[in-house]
Design a protein around this ligand. Structure first.
Ligand code: NOJ
Ligand code: CA
Length: 555
């Protein structure tokens, strides 16, 4: 029996999930070649289970020249030899499933590597032939002028010259990543083949990389085109008909109105990242004011039943500032990346802990928002222990260094000689692996890791966080963000003091008169709610999760 038949996925599993994003190469090296691999990752599943996450999102691990860390795929049907074999992947997937964990892999279908046989074939094929038409060609480089350049620190055009075909080809990202031509029915068919291959192996969800850009059309900015949404409806219909319980996650770095379109009418993707919310969490923290968060959430339309936002603080890319105004971008850069080397394209290539100057209170505040706002939280590997970055490394490698397991050789990541590691371990204080590592935090009741484990467990006990509605309350004191999560027979009131001073708020909770407020995180003794304004105080950067219960219930 295949994994697919054995493994049961509970209804709405992706809404109850806590996702951990990791690159195989960065986690654990089993064979001492300096590169993390599938046997290494499999051996660390216990750690992830203890952390409390239940879904692993793997960055691309397919054969690739690795010029974009694997987002430049040269073979969709195998594992890069650096990371092991396809059998190693299958072993990992079964081991994850045995623990009740789900696995999300990447479906990169906007582009391939220029080393992919489809491209090699296309450049030699006759113009107008089906093989040639797998990609987008032009005799001039002036078509689609309204399309922006995304990697603006590296690329000057979305066209690149190919001397073999004596023609230009279209690319949104690096010039070695030609875009597939979605006008070609053969491309569509080929992509379905790839999707089937991984879903047949038992993969639970697919992250659709760079999905707004599939189609391109003269006179438009080439993003979010109706034809692109049509492709997604086709993919979804295929997934539903053939697999039922699998999930599509859209990577669409767009404003809320456009991002929400990736859910369709419940007939496109199940999940989509909330890109605009992310920088506003940092802006709110910088201003000590909830308005940036409230404003963006007010602009966020309702989503179809069953759909879910994926929310995050950091990921493997630069902290993108595409979805803010120029003024906000400048403020973010000045505050969070005063060193210009930390800036990349329209973003910041730093990790979470350095962004907040390793301030435990601000780390906890951001993480508790991540775990309690509406959506499925996505944690970036290493942030659970407050890992640092290395901006002396090129591009986004600054945030892709090896996982820090202990204070020993190579932070316990690999037995290789340090100079053989795929990237060096962070060794500079205060993020030095001798100080910041899993082992040091695992047995420490006061560590960030221990705190986060407890918070993830608390979240997982309350389905309302993943499934319930969110309603923002607007007390006069705007330093404090307040929202109610309601649903699944529960109501939880969340308060977050975004400022560095103690604050108090007065809330009208008279609709819950007679109910008890039960502290879900701490041990605060709270009044029974009555008709009067309810006054609550918070320490600097503190958070409260208060369950509103008819009876004084268990935590
Ligand atoms: C989005 C990915 O997150 C990023 O890492 C990659 O460089 C681009 N897509 C291009 O594939
Ligand atoms: Ca290895």
């Amino acid at each position: 029996m295949s994994t697919r038949e054995q493994f049961q996925r509970p209804h709405l599993w992706y809404r109850d999930a806590v996702i951990y994003e990791v690159h195989v190469r960065a986690f654990a090296d089993s064979n001492g070649d300096g590169i993390g691999d599938f046997p290494g990752l499999t051996s660390r599943l216990d750690y992830l289970q203890q952390l409390g996450i239940n879904t692993i999102w793997l960055l691309p691990f397919y054969p690739s020249p690795l010029l974009d860390d694997g987002y430049d795929i040269s073979d969709y049907y195998d594992v890069h030899p650096n990371y092991g074999t396809l059998d190693d992947f299958k072993t990992f997937l079964s081991a994850a499933h045995e623990r009740g964990m789900f696995v999300i892999t990447e479906l990169v279908i906007n582009h391939t590597s220029d080393q992919h046989p489809w491209f090699q074939r296309a450049r030699r094929a006759a113009p107008g032939s089906a093989e040639r038409d797998f990609y987008v060609w032009s005799s001039t480089d002036d078509r689609f002028q309204d399309v922006r350049i995304i990697f603006q620190d590296t690329e000057t055009s979305n066209w690149a010259w190919d001397s073999e075909s004596e023609s230009y080809y279209w690319h949104r990202f690096f010039s070695h990543q030609p875009d597939l031509n979605w006008e070609s029915p053969l491309v569509r068919e080929a992509v379905i083949g790839v999707l089937d291959f991984w879903l047949d192996l038992g993969v639970d969800a697919l992250r659709l990389d760079a999905i707004p850009y599939l189609h391109v059309q003269e006179g438009t900015n080439g993003e979010n085109l109706p034809q692109t949404h049509e492709e997604l409806r086709r993919l979804r219909a295929h997934v539903d008909a053939s697999y039922g319980d699998r999930v599509l996650l859209a990577e669409a770095n767009q404003w809320p109105q456009d991002a929400v379109a990736y859910f369709g009418d419940g007939d496109e993707c199940h999940m989509s990242y909330h890109f605009p919310l992310m920088p506003r969490l940092y802006l709110a923290l910088e201003h000590g004011n909830r308005l940036p968060i409230i404003e963006i959430m007010e602009q966020t339309p309702e989503i179809p039943a069953g759909a879910q936002w994926a929310i995050f603080l950091r990921n493997h890319d630069e902290l993108t500032l595409e979805m803010v105004t120029e003024e906000e971008r400048d403020l973010m850069w000045d505050t969070y990346a005063p060193d210009h080397r930390a800036r990349l394209n329209l973003g910041i290539r730093r990790r979470l802990a350095p962004l907040v100057e390793n301030d435990r209170r601000r780390l906890e505040l951001l993480m508790s928002l991540l775990l309690s706002l509406a959506g499925t939280p996505v944690l970036y590997y290493g942030d659970e222990i407050g890992m640092g970055d290395d901006i002396s490394l090129a591009d986004r490698d600054s945030v892709r260094t090896p996982m820090q397991w202990n204070s020993g050789h190579n932070a316990g990541f690999s037995k290789a000689a340090p100079q053989s590691l795929y990237l060096p371990v962070v060794a500079d204080p205060p993020f030095d692996y001798k100080m910041v590592n899993v082992e040091a935090q695992e047995d420490d009741p006061h560590s960030l890791l221990t705190w986060l484990k407890q918070m993830i467990r608390r979240r997982s006990r309350h389905l309302v966080f993943g499934r319930g509605s969110i309603r923002f309350l607007e007390p006069a004191n705007t330093h404090v963000l307040v929202y109610l999560r309601e649903g699944e027979g529960e109501t939880i009131l969340v308060l977050a003091n975004l400022s560095e001073q103690a604050q108090s708020v007065e809330l009208d909770l008279s609709a819950f008169s007679g109910f008890h407020l039960v502290d879900v995180i701490g041990t605060a003794r709270l009044p029974v709610i009555d008709e009067r304004l309810c006054s609550l105080s918070l320490d600097p950067y503190a958070t409260l999760w208060l369950s509103i219960d008819a009876n004084q219930g268990d935590k």
